[in-house]
Design a protein around this ligand. Structure first.
Ligand SMILES: NC(=O)c1ccc[n+]([C@@H]2O[C@H](COP(=O)([O-])OP(=O)(O)OC[C@H]3O[C@@H](n4cnc5c(N)ncnc54)[C@H](OP(=O)(O)O)[C@@H]3O)[C@@H](O)[C@H]2O)c1
Length: 307
């Protein structure tokens, strides 16, 4: 449980004032429909592994409240977390409950208790209960089976929760190439609302089979690791964003990478992780204005390849 000391660090003590983050620009956020329902989501959200997770476990937790406030002020709603991301789900849940943000967020978490390929149903239920307590709202918007762990059993539980209307959507995730075949099988065999997969300007294997299949089967897609975590940052260090990117309103490398990802029509939402409010605002900027067309996307990818 989060202690009183942690609450103070999170700025959640009584009277803690919300900081005024820049309001959303006049230009609306680009949204995409979840195929099964038509509900629209902003194409950029927030992830919570990587630096978000290390910040949740550290002394500067209050920065994460600021990240949420900044994202919501910009019109963002989608938040991706998991019980497996250290303190992320618990700390984010505490912030979301105590600030009343939970109702405004599209909360996506995950389930995985599979060990050696098999999940114990009792442990799975206990993990799900903990997730419900952390965010403090029912239904939870989306729960996905993390990393394809025992899909028959764990997705079976998610289907039950969906039928009981305790969750709104259910899916599966992976970012491991060795699991892509299994992912494809699940997309054909199971009634998935969502998948979550790795996709970035320098990591386009999803374009070959998975994204066309998602479009074909009406499955929404969360794009994970749109910066390759640190990979793309390492690649562009010391390089300026090319001036021609301004033609579609790109003002930073983050917007360059994210506009590339969300321009793919099968992508519903990219969820970059950040521990900084300024970066959340930068990232949401990619969900405004123009997106690159096919020719521009290829120009962008070629530019990164030759750096
Ligand atoms: N199997 C799965 O289910 C799975 C697997 C992988 C990822 N995911 C989800 O996808 C999310 C994103 O993937 P990821 O966390 O691996 O990596 P990522 O989003 O590709 O990259 C995160 C890194 O980018 C930096 N960053 C973010 N915005 C920035 C900006 N505007 N300018 C400069 N740096 C910026 C962050 O640092 P700062 O904190 O300094 O901004 C952090 O170091 C995860 O957090 C998770 O929610 C799911």
């Amino acid at each position: 449980m989060i202690s009183r000391r942690d609450c103070l660090k999170l700025g959640l003590a009584a009277g803690a004032a919300a900081r005024a983050w820049p309001a959303a620009a006049a230009e609306p956020l680009i949204t995409r429909a979840i195929p099964r329902t038509g509900e629209r989501l902003p194409v950029v959200g927030l992830g919570s592994s990587a630096t978000f997770s290390s910040t949740a476990a550290g002394e500067e937790k209050q920065r994460l409240r600021e990240v949420f406030e900044a994202m919501l002020a910009q019109g963002g709603t989608v938040f991706d977390t998991a019980p497996g991301y250290g303190a992320s789900e618990e700390v984010a849940g505490q912030i979301a409950r105590d600030t009343g943000m939970a109702a405004k967020l599209f909360w996506a978490t995950k389930l995985n208790v599979a060990q050696g390929g098999t999940a114990d149903p009792a442990r799975a239920r206990a993990q799900l209960d903990a997730s419900f307590q952390r965010v403090g709202k029912t239904p939870i918007d989306l729960i996905q089976v993390h990393n394809m762990g025992d899909v028959p059993r764990q997705f079976g539980l998610l289907k039950e929760l969906r039928e009981q209307k305790r969750i709104r959507y259910a899916g599966v995730t992976t970012t491991f190439p060795r699991q892509y075949d299994m992912l494809e099988q699940a997309m054909r065999a199971e009634p998935l609302d969502f998948i979550g997969v790795d996709y970035a300007i320098d990591n386009r294997v999803m374009e070959e089979r998975i994204l066309p299949l998602a479009a074909d089967r009406g499955i929404a897609v969360l794009a994970y690791a749109p910066f390759g975590r640190t990979r793309l940052w390492d690649k562009v260090r010391g390089h300026e964003v090319p001036p021609w990117a301004a033609e579609i309103g790109i003002r930073s490398w983050a917007q360059f990478f994210l506009k590339f990802v969300v321009a793919h029509p099968a992508i519903t939402c990219a969820t970059p992780a950040t521990s900084r409010a300024a970066n959340a605002i930068d990232n949401l900027g990619a969900a405004r204005g123009e997106l690159p067309d096919r020719a521009m996307r290829e120009r962008m990818a070629a530019h990164i390849e030759k750096l």
